[in-house]
Design a binder for this molecule. Structure first.
Ligand code: M6R
Length: 615
């Protein structure tokens, strides 16, 4: 979704902001803009455009031709994902105040903007855009009494909703003020310059030392100093976090798309998720971020899981783990529903919140609701320092490195690996024997190798993709652990190829959706060698009887599946509980190549954002 970059320092801020905006492109956006400040009381320069950052670069070079060699040492930039008002130049950020002396960029939603706007209109203000954000610029100007931070604080007191904002003013050509409530702001601390961004991807090229603002914080940043306080002007201190991501992690490294690179990274990212955590001799896993000893774990009676999208599908696998492996009562909720339906949370409940980005608004709301009800909250996140990771109380990082492709791939397999370790650790405080634990830990340790073997099937998967890329509808079916894998396969295909795809429990097809099957509707049947396979084979027969072509994902050497189905992708044999990992990797490759053949914009599909920070 929207992205913010701000710079103050000796260098020309245009280059730093534009390259930061490029780093945020993966989040999804539809317009972009930049506001620059030169010196005291000189008019702010504003350039905005619908479309891509490359369009913004063209607009900047028109507005500021090469012969204009002024060095703008202060500036803010933005990528907008439209909520209020269509994506056009006027609605793009930054927005200026009435006098043009204040410029703001905003992520989030101002819920009381209509009320604020009508009051400002009565006071003589005119609005250029249809956005909820423009009120912020006018309010800051109205509240300004010589102190920019004071004006931002006074404005924050009037805003309802969520925001990450960055503000500059021609009256303060050496200062950026930024603030957050519900939408992230990170501050990169460099030598003699400061970079502010909504996402660390825009910062790590310059520094690995980052401070994350908490809700209600306001930062005043110059090139050499930062000062953080609350809205009530009480100084606060925030810890510095070291980010160990490398700039190469956010580059394509020779792959056509980030998604393909991230699919191929999975042998390594799964290895990173389990590294140092598998205690083979003890038959358990040690997840230090959990901060719970076996006695505390034994006291937890019930696991509630909340997540969205792909993380929700990983959570479904996790629910099965807690039931199957640990024998614990467990439930999974879409995060928004968890909060909306007033769930029953007892003191012995542990909420596991799963989020790759750690910023998903619905999942964050579930975390806060569970805290409110006194539950233990454990976060499983990938992005270090993200809001959910910080608010959860305890948690486990995926260590998968940045996931840039909008379609989540490596995060899923790492989430499943972490959930397996978590369930084994809980199980060992209950009935799981050391020997059974050892066997499971051993099975997990070979997962990187198994992921490699699935990826080695890519040329076969490409041929299958070529055969079915023209289809308009797909079904994915599976049972048990293959049911969440079916949902995930369908989600992957629809979001990047725009083919209508639905995931079903294999048994559910005959309760309605089977009416849609015919020769042009392929069914992806997930039938690795597990006890439920025999029943799914029966469901495949039902599909074949309706002339639907069936693509199976099955265990190597399974001739029954080969002779029944039209096409087969084979995965190596592995223990049932780990089958979601290789099966999902095969699905990711199938979806990727179908989308590539159809010419879809794979890393940034239409209408989607990487990090969904609105509810
Ligand atoms: O960052 P999160 O894991 O909380 O994101 C949740 C979903 O928005 C995300 O998984 C989404 O469904 C992906 N586009 C799926 O590929």
């Amino acid at each position: 979704m929207c992205g913010i970059v701000g710079y103050v320092g000796p260098r020309n801020s245009i280059n730093i902001i534009v390259s930061g905006l490029h780093r945020l492109e993966y989040r999804g956006y539809d317009s972009a803009g930049i506001a620059l400040c030169l010196k005291n009381n000189e008019k702010l320069v504003l350039v905005k455009t619908p479309g891509k950052i490359s369009d913004l670069e063209t607009a900047i070079s028109k507005a500021l031709p090469v012969k204009d060699n002024r060095t703008f040492t202060l500036g803010i930039g933005h990528t907008r994902w439209a909520t209020h008002g269509v994506p056009n130049q006027v609605n793009a950020h930054p927005h200026l105040s009435r006098s043009g002396e204040f410029a703001i960029v905003h992520n989030g939603i101002i819920e009381n903007y209509a009320d604020l706007k009508s009051r400002l209109i009565k006071q003589g203000y005119t609005f250029k855009s249809d956005t909820d954000s423009e009120v912020i610029a006018h309010l800051i100007e109205q509240c300004y009494e010589g102190n920019l931070k004071g004006a931002v604080a006074a404005t924050m007191e009037r805003l309802e909703g969520t925001y990450g904002i960055a503000v500059i003013s021609s009256k303060h050509p050496d200062t950026i003020v930024a603030a957050r409530k519900g939408s992230p702001i990170a501050v990169g601390i460099c030598d003699g310059e400061t970079i502010i961004a909504s996402d660390i991807s825009a910062i790590i090229n310059y520094t690995k030392q980052v401070i994350f603002l908490n809700d209600g914080d306001i930062i005043t940043a110059t090139a050499s100093n930062i000062d953080i306080s609350s809205v009530k002007n009480i100084p606060v201190s925030r810890e510095m976090t070291h980010i160990d991501w490398d700039i190469r992690d956010i580059e394509k490294g020779g792959y056509e798309h980030f998604m393909l690179k991230e699919i191929h990274e999975q042998p390594l990212t799964i290895a990173n998720a389990i590294r140092g955590r598998l205690m083979e001799a003890e038959g358990t896993a040690k997840l230090s971020g959990m901060q719970m000893d076996p006695r505390e774990m034994a006291r937890i009676d019930r696991i509630a899981i909340a997540a969205c999208g792909t993380s929700y599908h990983a959570g479904m696998v996790g629910k099965y783990y807690f039931e199957d492996i640990a024998g614990m009562s467990s439930e999974i909720q879409q995060a928004a529903e968890f909060r909306d339906r007033n769930p029953i949370i007892q003191r012995d409940t542990c909420l596991v919140a799963i989020s790759q980005s750690g910023e998903t608004a619905d999942t964050l709301a579930a975390v806060r609701e569970a805290h409110q009800k006194g539950a233990t909250v454990l976060g499983i996140c990938n992005v270090v320092g993200s809001t959910i990771a910080r608010e959860a109380g305890c948690g486990v990082y995926l260590h998968a490195g940045p996931e840039i492709g909008v379609a989540s791939t490596k995060a899923f397999t790492s989430q499943v690996s972490v959930l397996a370790m978590l369930a084994i650790a809980f199980a060992r405080t209950r009935r799981l024997s050391v020997n059974a634990g050892r066997e499971m830990i051993h099975q997990l340790s070979v997962m990187p190798k198994i992921a490699e073997q699935v990826i080695a099937q890519e040329s076969i998967i490409i041929k299958i993709a070529e055969k079915y890329a023209g289809s308009r509808d797909f079904f994915y079916i599976g049972r048990g652990y293959m049911y969440p894998a079916a949902l995930e396969g369908a989600l992957k295909l629809k979001e990047i190829s725009y083919i209508h795809a639905e995931g079903y429990h294999a048994s559910e097809l005959k309760h309605g959706p089977i009416a849609l099957l015919e020769k042009n509707v392929p069914v992806v049947a997930l039938v690795p060698n597990v006890p439920a396979k025999i029943k799914t084979m029966g469901n495949i027969q039902e599909c074949k009887a309706r002339n639907a072509p069936v693509i199976a994902i099955a265990t190597e050497g399974d001739n029954d599946v080969r002779s029944l189905c039209d096409d087969v992708i084979f995965i190596p044999p592995c223990d049932e509980f780990l089958t979601p990992i290789p099966v999902t990797i095969a699905e990711q490759l199938l979806a990727y190549h179908i989308a590539r053949i159809r010419g879809c914009p794979i890393d940034q599909p239409r209408n989607l954002a990487k990090s969904v920070t609105v509810e």
